[in-house]
Design a protein around this ligand. Structure first.
Ligand SMILES: [Zn+2]
Length: 233
């Protein structure tokens, strides 16, 4: 079996989405990539999570062609492929229809940074894609969804905001590997819920100030990070 540990990692990331209550039935999918092999491991389409095995995880190349696996890959594969192609630092992608993040996607509103939980993970508002045109929907829909996500990161490092809301659809999240992508999907849902509640408590709530946002993000990420138990500096 090709890429056994990557398949196991991808299976585990998919199960994490279920454990955290982010997916209903077979909605959602997570994948991971081996950059050395140029191969992606992704959840098969429509298989119930509780029955998933590493053997069923489908391996494809960066054109979305199945290299190993008897099942069809997730129907969102082309979106994952596009993110891997355009975001070289991405090692894993997770897509869910989690309740609160999807509500923001449906409302076509970016999630403002109302607090430090958000700032720790997302260095800016979580953006929303433009609406796809009729042509973009009628052919290569999943690929065009990926292109729409990449377009909003033209001037932003995707690793500094590892998520996007697809207008009228739901979030896509990513990270250095599949586990990180799933983790970011869980945090995004929490942040989306808190933002919703914040506006309920105070409809004219404002995002936190830039300094606090930067402080929280940069103490966890980047060359000056000092949060957690990293190497002593
Ligand atoms: Zn979806």
């Amino acid at each position: 079996m090709l890429l056994k540990s990557l398949r196991e990692e991808v299976l585990e990331a998919n199960l994490e989405l279920v454990r955290r209550g982010l997916v209903l039935y077979t909605f959602g999918n997570a994948s991971g990539i081996s950059r050395n092999h140029g191969l992606i491991a992704i959840k098969p389409s429509g298989v119930p999570y509780e029955k998933l095995t590493p053997e069923q995880v489908v391996v494809t190349d960066l054109n979305g062609k199945v290299v190993e696996g008897t099942l069809r890959p997730s129907s969102d594969l082309a979106t994952h492929v596009e993110l891997y192609r355009q975001f070289p630092a991405v090692g894993g992608v997770a897509h869910t229809h989690s309740e609160f993040a999807t509500a923001w996607a449906q409302a076509r509103r970016p999630i403002p940074c109302f607090g430090t939980t958000h700032a720790d993970y997302f260095h800016g508002p979580v953006p929303v894609t433009d609406t796809l045109t009729a042509d973009e929907i009628s052919s290569d829909y999943e690929k065009n969804t990926g292109i729409a996500i990449c377009r909003i990161f033209k001037n932003t490092d995707p690793m500094s905001i590892p998520a996007a809301l697809v207008t009228g659809h739901a979030p896509f999240c990513w990270g250095g590997n599949a586990a990180e992508a799933a983790h970011n999907a869980v945090i995004l849902e929490y942040v989306a819920k808190m933002a919703y509640y914040t506006l309920g408590v105070r409809p004219d709530a404002q995002p936190i100030q830039r300094e606090l946002h930067d402080k929280h993000h940069l103490r966890k990420h980047g060359p000056s990070a000092y949060y957690g138990q990293g190497p002593a500096r």
